[in-house]
Design a protein around this ligand. Structure first.
Ligand code: GDP
Ligand code: MG
Length: 440
């Protein structure tokens, strides 16, 4: 979408005279791009009419930069589409803030719960998770696994099968323990069905959420409008998180969901990992659609990363200690930076081949390594490569567990050895993290 709109704007900016015909052709291109991106037909019509209404070419005086005026009108309309002008819920410090996640099965609720929890935890909130999904087998295990990895307290049950009781028990328990952010994961169904909506209403009535968040798969295209409408009616959510925006998701789903529910998108999911959650900003979303990039986003990422810098990691680096988990944490930070990872080429010891290729390729490489390391046990992660050297069956186990090859696991261990050696000789201070760019 971005490229298409962008080229329409470039053609437009090259046009020698700006008249009605040029404006129409620009609008035609933009509308075609929006439609191709699964934006609802009615919304596209409206954008077109609004732009035409707000710019009246024939009335513009000679001194007016018509191109600028038109471009601004188009941008404003696009901003309008993703910004309903409604403030999302802002949690309040020092008291319990209950979030309830709703959405269809497979939308990404459980994954997003942990991402959101980890986000607030990084910002210093006391956070907990409640699993009220008794519908899907293994739902509690999934949440438990994610929560454990993120070191977030959780509540759930293997025996109780009433989601309302579990939700209420969990929320009450964490409220009593003075947790500030309590996120309730609910079950989904494959379809929008009465049973699911009834369950959502009951859980909502029991836990009285401060904020209900609709989690929507960003790749569903034109189906977004109907789904968002149905959930808005049944659960009256206050905000939206769009998942899977890393894949082939087009912007249209987000735009339709916002229009159908008049609720803001607060975050977008950009991958399967815990850190793959980005704050949604209408302006940067539109700029990205237009292929204009967004500096602010990058700056924020770097700042976030500085905040995130794991205290243990820093301590370890300074002491010249370095575990596999430290390497994992660093990969996580680097992959989170996206395009900025290019700037990381200056990290001493970071082999050039790791950052080679497109941003997408090197991002994938880091993620793949992290996926492999996800199959290591805690003890293995907290140790070094010696355990693997002593017992090669561990390497085989990790390869099988992550669906990769022994060779790939060995490569990671080699990588680790290189890093660990470097940390040891440099003893931290001048090491990996101190070399990070402060200003992009
Ligand atoms: P739930 O049924 O709504 O709880 O959905 P899950 O959290 O179990 O997620 C369903 C699948 O979507 C899992 O395989 C997740 O890893 C995947 N997923 C969730 N969010 C994202 C995302 O932002 N990007 C990608 N690529 N996958 C995601
Ligand atoms: Mg789930």
């Amino acid at each position: 979408l971005g490229r298409k709109i962008n080229s329409a704007l470039i053609d437009f900016s090259k046009a020698p005279v700006v008249d009605e015909k040029v404006l129409d052709s620009l609008l035609k291109d933009i509308c075609a791009a929006l439609l191709a991106s699964d934006v609802n037909v009615m919304l596209v019509q409206r954008l077109r009419n609004n732009v035409k209404k707000s710019v009246n070419i024939n009335d513009m005086g000679g001194g007016v930069n018509k191109k600028k005026v038109i471009q601004k009108a188009v941008m404003d309309e696009l901003f309008e589409l993703v910004d309903p002008g409604v403030e999302p819920y802002k949690p309040v410090k020092g008291r319990a803030n209950v979030f309830m996640m709703v959405g269809l099965q497979g939308a990404g609720k459980t994954t997003t719960c942990t991402k959101l929890a980890a986000h607030y935890q990084r910002k210093g909130w006391k956070v907990a998770l409640v699993c009220a999904d008794t519908f899907r087998a293994g739902a509690f295990d999934q949440l438990k696994q994610n929560a454990t990895k993120a070191k977030i307290p959780y509540y759930g049950s293997y025996t109780e099968n009433d989601p309302v009781s579990i939700a209420l028990e969990g929320v009450e328990k964490f409220k009593a323990d003075r947790f500030e952010i309590i996120i309730v994961d609910t079950s989904g169904r494959h379809k929008q069905e009465a049973e699911l909506f009834e369950e959502m209403k009951q859980i909502s009535a029991a836990v009285q959420p401060d904020s209900t968040v609709f989690v929507m798969d960003g790749t569903i295209g034109q189906a977004a409008e109907g789904q968002a409408k149905a959930f808005k009616e049944a659960a009256d959510f206050g905000s939206i998180i769009m998942t899977k925006m890393d894949g082939h998701a087009k912007g249209g789903g987000a735009i339709s969901a916002v229009a159908a529910s008049q609720s803001p998108v607060i975050f977008i999911g950009t991958g399967e990992h815990m850190y793959d959650l980005d704050r949604f900003e209408p302006q940067s979303f539109v700029r990205k659609m237009l292929g204009m990039g967004d500096m602010r986003d990058l700056v924020e990422k770097v700042q976030d990363m500085k905040l995130d810098q794991n205290k243990n990691l820093m301590k370890n680096l300074e002491a010249g200690r370095y575990s596999l988990r430290d390497m994992y944490d660093q990969f996580q930070q680097i992959s989170k930076m996206g395009p900025l990872s290019k700037l990381m080429g200056s990290i001493p010891g970071m082999p050039a081949d790791m950052l080679q290729g497109s941003e997408e390729e090197s991002g994938k490489r880091f993620k793949r390594m992290m996926t492999i390391m996800d199959s290591m046990t805690d003890t293995e992660l907290d140790g070094d490569n010696k355990a693997f050297e002593k017992d090669r069956s561990r390497i085989v186990r990790v390869a099988q567990g992550s669906g990769t090859s022994v060779h790939e696991v060995e490569e990671i261990l080699t990588q680790y050895t290189r890093f660990a050696q470097m940390v040891k000789t440099m003893g931290g201070k001048s090491g990996l993290l101190s070399n990070m760019p402060t200003d992009p």
